[in-house]
Design a protein around this ligand. Structure first.
Ligand SMILES: [Zn+2]
Length: 430
């Protein structure tokens, strides 16, 4: 045995993220990894800090793969442009804490309005100086002139929340620049969006050679590529060019569905149904809902994602949390939304929230198995039958990231407390 900190979860159930069914089992953590899983009482854990998991279920930490930690929770699209870099960084820091407080041990950025705000917060989290999830820092959205997030006007140039790029060479330069500045994810706006004045979501705004260049350079530099793609044509361009993470995919036609199915072992899709649920339940005036055609878009999104589920696509939770009617930290509501709207079982929805997100991040999280990262949440009750539990932070008894306790029952009688890291103690008190 090394000098590594040891924690053992005892007396509770384990749902491993990948397989159906929860089992009574103890789980031993050593350092940042899951060291052993065994029958209750079977593990040698004499010097480990013991956590009583009776009546609870240990699941992998949740992962939001379409995060906007730098959004200032405004319905105005210019709010994030107007916010100075300094405030944006503080906001990102506060939202990172809200995410891990809500049981999210992983977030994949989906467009950071300021180039380095997610980068610097990721670095601070990784250094252990501030609390937060594992964060894959995103570029600002790369968009074509006139595309989503290009809100510039000729008479009034502004600092838009995007990198406006036209032609493969500008895309190449932008991806390389963002790599140099430290990002992990390249975010492309390939289609428009129905909730902005223009272009709407059925328009495809980024050319295929531009998407292809982004994927080629990102692949060479080891970056993930994620795309905003609502129109059928934008989905097809993403698939032909090699995008890994495709958000929304609302308006798929039969050809787009077939192409997604053919790529199902390579790509991931984010339904983002929570955003529609939020729009329809936030008390917006009916004429506005009608003008934005929210119900029609929602119906198409639901039809597409029910079909993609049948075809075996790997779906994810998250999507545009970071607005007033769905602030950061409430993202786990998506687990229930997948059940309510897309015919998921609670276990399938939890898998989208954990295991599938772990595959996207590629770090070895999202799965409770020997050797995996100890990113874990202990949920009171049985979240494999009640999809609402994970959204209730009072039910999240323990939150652990990389073996470090972020939230835990008040440290007490444990004989091993002295072996727990300082971070652990700080985390346990927050
Ligand atoms: Zn988004």
């Amino acid at each position: 045995m090394s000098g590594k900190s040891r924690v053992v979860f005892q007396g509770g159930y384990v749902w491993n993220g990948k397989d159906n069914g929860r089992k009574l089992a103890d789980v031993l953590i050593e350092g940042d990894r899951i060291a052993a899983i065994g029958e209750p009482g079977s593990l040698d854990a004499s010097d480990a800090r013991s956590i009583d998991a009776t009546g609870s279920t240990l699941i992998p930490g949740m992962i939001d793969t379409h995060g906007h930690l730098s959004f200032p929770e405004s319905t105005s699209s210019s709010a994030s442009e107007d916010l100075p870099p300094e405030e944006t960084i503080l906001l990102t820091m506060h939202n990172a804490k809200r995410m891990i407080d809500a049981g999210f041990t992983g977030v994949v950025g989906a467009g950071s309005p300021k180039l380095r705000s997610e980068v610097v917060i990721r670095n601070e989290i990784n250094a252990g100086r501030i609390p937060g999830p594992r964060l894959m820092a995103s570029t600002p959205t790369l968009t074509a002139t006139g595309g989503l997030n290009d809100s510039g006007q000729m008479h009034q140039p502004r600092d838009v929340a995007a990198l406006v790029v036209d032609g493969p060479e500008e895309v190449r330069k932008a991806v390389r620049l963002c790599y140099r500045e430290g990002v992990d994810v390249v975010k492309l706006n390939v289609s428009g969006d129905d909730f902005f004045p223009r272009p709407h979501g059925r328009l495809t705004t980024m050319a295929e050679d531009e998407v292809r260049m982004a994927c080629q350079v990102a692949s060479e530099l080891g970056l993930l590529v994620a795309a905003h793609a609502r129109s059928a044509e934008s989905v097809k361009r993403c698939l032909r060019a090699g995008v890994t993470l495709i958000h929304h995919t609302d308006f798929c036609d039969e050809e787009a569905l077939d192409m997604l199915e053919a790529a199902k072992d390579r790509v991931f899709v984010t339904p983002t149904v929570g955003f529609y649920h939020g729009l329809l339940n936030a008390g917006f005036p009916e004429p506005m809902i009608e003008r934005m055609m929210v119900r029609q878009c929602f119906a198409e999104n639901v039809a597409t994602h029910r079909e993609l589920k049948k075809r075996g696509l790997r779906q994810l939770i998250g999507g545009d949390y970071g607005v007033p009617f769905m602030p950061n930290g409430t993202n786990a509501r998506d687990v229930e939304h997948l059940v309510t709207y897309l015919d998921f079982t609670p276990e399938e929805a939890l898998r989208a929230a954990t295991y599938n997100g772990g595959l996207v991040m590629g770090l070895g999280s999202g799965h409770i198995t020997r050797g995996a990262l100890a990113d874990l949440v202990l949920v009171e009750g049985d979240p494999t039958v009640d999809a609402t539990l994970v959204a209730d932070t009072a039910k999240l008894k323990v939150i652990m990231k990389g073996g470090v306790l972020h939230k835990a029952p008040v440290a007490s009688q444990s004989p091993a407390l002295s072996s727990v890291s300082e971070n652990t103690l700080v985390g346990a008190m927050t």
